[in-house]
Design a protein around this ligand. Sequence first.
Ligand code: NAD
Length: 247
Amino acid sequence: MTDFAGLTAVVTGGASGIGAAAAAILADRGADVAVLDLDPAGAERGFRCDVSDDGEVRAAIEAVAAQLGGIDVLVNNAGIGAAGDVAANDDAEWHRVLDVNVLGMVRTTRAALPYLRRSSTAAVVNTCSVAAWAGLPNRALYSASKGAILALTLAMATDHLDDGIRVNCVCPGTADTPWVGRLLDAADDPAAERAALRARQPMGRLVTAAEVGHAIAYLASPLSGSTTGTALAVDGGMYGLRPRPRA
Ligand code: NAD
């Protein structure tokens, strides 16, 4: 497919996992892609940028727009995890995670808006999570951040209808990325933990980063011109399906 030919895209957190998969798929389909990441090593057109620092975000977005000649697609994907129930984390940790996961998307979108408004095929895709709309154990802070992203996606989609900027999000289930690899490494019994994560998904396997990347590309594509304000589940059925447990 060449649906992104002539278009430019920015992917935050694009040096690893889901973001790297999305960046590769967008490039494969013709986009000029820039990656904003804390650690851009390995990304083809990587800019070092911490999405929790407004000055860094503004400078990086301006540098990307100057280098690529504008911004048509913004993929807000950078995010961090947090474990525990509502009492498990102190205020500083709540502020830190919300600052990266939610305000990070606010900062990049705010900085990119003038460029997106000039595009005739502007699209924003936010990486949300199944945790936004299904209660998962020991993910209170992380889930709150993703619930905020779901609401923010709908609000942004509404606000920017007249700007011609479509805004959507993807809601992945547990995806096999370096992030989940780190979680498994830290578990007492990584094999049992992986089996439990697999079993939680109706399809009986983890989601792949490429599957989420393709969903991001679908939502970002000019071919999806009537799609805005949607949340696309890429979760092996985890949110919507209630199959009988496997024997
Ligand atoms: P990952 O850790 O493999 O990649 C995340 C990338 O974001 C890394 O390259 C990291 O350097 C970058 N990053 C982290 N903090 C940053 C910051 N402050 N500024 C700039 N870049 C920063 O993780 P992943 O699994 O690919 O997750 C990507 C997104 O997908 C996250 O928003 C996550 O919440 C979401 N998600 C992941 C899963 C999953 O199971 N892996 C499920 C649902 C949603």
